[in-house]
Design a protein around this ligand. Structure first.
Ligand SMILES: Cc1cc2nc3c(=O)[nH]c(=O)nc-3n(C[C@H](O)[C@H](O)[C@H](O)COP(=O)(O)O)c2cc1C
Length: 176
């Protein structure tokens, strides 16, 4: 499954996530693309004096977070694609990944443990900050236990050679 965290449903970020999924389907897999900004995922309220009741398992906020978390747990491979905003992840990406990090760190649930993940940072022409955004994304992915398969920075100038590369990555992971 793939999550893309741009408000632009047909922009570069979504296109890159779709490229991976196209390859994955060609490799015989089933896919789903989640547009994070279409869903209700609130920011963490740091309940329980900051320690979080999610240590017991579920997040107490009633929104779409737990459903997405459950889908990650049912997926063989995971892609997270974010636009680069100010050299960092998008706001919706940070909101979701902050909560995933909290809920997975102490709950012992292991939703992401050992699953292959690909991180994608979709930047503007300059590409400034894409590497930093990916570094931050890598931190989230590794913290929750993903096995990071690749981290891919893309700009409008590099997309023509990165798109086929992502399709190939999808095919390879589907065959795994
Ligand atoms: C608020 C904002 C901040 C941005 N900051 C950066 C940046 O730091 N570095 C960069 O290369 N591009 C930056 N961009 C450009 C986007 O990363 C780029 O257009 C991206 O491909 C958008 O993805 P989308 O087509 O999925 O919307 C920024 C765009 C916006 C809207």
């Amino acid at each position: 499954m793939a999550i893309q965290s741009s408000p632009n449903l047909d922009g570069l970020t979504a296109t890159l996530a779709r490229a991976f999924l196209t390859g994955y389907e060609e490799g015989g897999g089933e896919t789903e693309l989640i547009h994070l900004n279409e869903l209700d995922v609130r920011t963490c309220i740091a309940c329980d004096d900051g320690w979080g009741q999610c240590r017991q398992g579920d997040c107490i906020l009633e929104d779409d977070f737990e459903e997405i978390r459950g889908k990650i747990g049912g997926a063989d491979a995971f892609v997270f694609a974010t636009p680069v905003y100010w050299g960092d992840l998008s706001e919706s990406a940070k909101a979701f990944l902050d909560r995933l990090r909290r809920c997975e760190t102490w709950s012992g649930r292991g939703t992401c443990k050992g699953r292959k993940a690909v991180g994608i940072a979709s930047a503007g022409g300059s590409g400034g900050g894409a590497a930093r955004a990916l570094l931050n994304l890598e931190g989230y992915l590794r913290r929750v236990g993903f096995d990071v398969f690749d981290l891919v920075p893309v700009t409008k100038f590099s997309k023509d050679h990165k798109l086929p590369m992502l399709e190939d990555a999808g095919r390879r992971l589907a065959a795994d």
